[in-house]
Design a protein around this ligand. Sequence first.
Ligand SMILES: *Cc1c(COP(=O)(O)O)cnc(C)c1O
Length: 345
Amino acid sequence: MLPGSRERAVNIGAGMTPLLKADNLGYELGLDNLWIKNDSANPTHSFKDRVVSVATTKAVEFEFNTIACASTGNLAGATAAHGAKAGLETIVFVPNNLEEGKIFGAAIFGSVIKVNGNYDEVNRLCSELGDDRRWAFVNINMRPYYSEGSKTLAYEIVEQLNWTAPDNIIVPVASGSLYTKIWKGLNEFLKLGIIEEVNTSMHIAQPLGCSPVSTAFLNGESHPKPVVPNTIAKSLAIGNPADGYYSVKIANESSGKAIIVPEDEVSFGIKLLAETEGIFTETAGGVVISALKKLTESNIIKKDQQTVALITGTGLKTIEAIRDSITMDTIEPTIESFDETIDLK
Ligand SMILES: *Cc1c(COP(=O)(O)O)cnc(C)c1O
């Protein structure tokens, strides 16, 4: 059900991440049947390992010797790691304002080029570079294969819920590739008779500083209008989303909703998930948890509905986003200093 040969798959262990019953967060929000799909448990700590594994497998089949990408951050790490495993030359392009964790998390595997511009400019540059170089850009000329990899998230959720599709899935949206392919994966299982029905509402979560897809949905328009991103959730900072049109269409088809999360509520979502479920997610996850809260408060998601929130990346790569909201004491290595500083009695 994926392109590429299974025997020659470039595999660093992507996929089959935990689906955890989130009773503490559920209690906090008033939900009895809430689940977290924790895709930060992938090898390079984001869901991008799924898509890059498929794209790299095809790149090897096509006998490319260089693998590349235009990245909002997590893709860079996943591409560089799979490129290393496959023995390919690797070159990844990122916007220059990216978090350190994402830059070093990629540079350890291969070469990173920082571009003075936003993702949409990086993407355009890469499209032009790809014209006369035989490079496999995982999310540009390899995109049809790349995007198929996201279907595995849907397959796993269904399997982990004992071969049923949930009532709600909340998905962070950048280009819309992940969102649209989860829907495709669910419907493939339906067509094959692996599940009997799909009554899943597919909800879109975007941050206020880059919300072209949610905005189009909420305005009843079919084509998102491009924006210049300015958001703390850098992994979602795609102002001109390639699959935006299809995302709006699927939200309508599936009776999903679109949420716009204010920028200052992103770190609230990160903290809420951390304190209730022991999972430290990145900014995209903060957007998802804050969107989940809004969907619950407005009674769009109901108490007893089976609901899956996608956590697509780790907070250790976006320390910058929460640094100011965390305080810590430093003491001398003495009892006196401890007692003076910290009053726990
Ligand atoms: C890339 C990414 C997304 C969304 O990806 P699209 O498929 O482009 O919509 C969501 N979360 C994280 C953490 C990502 O890195």
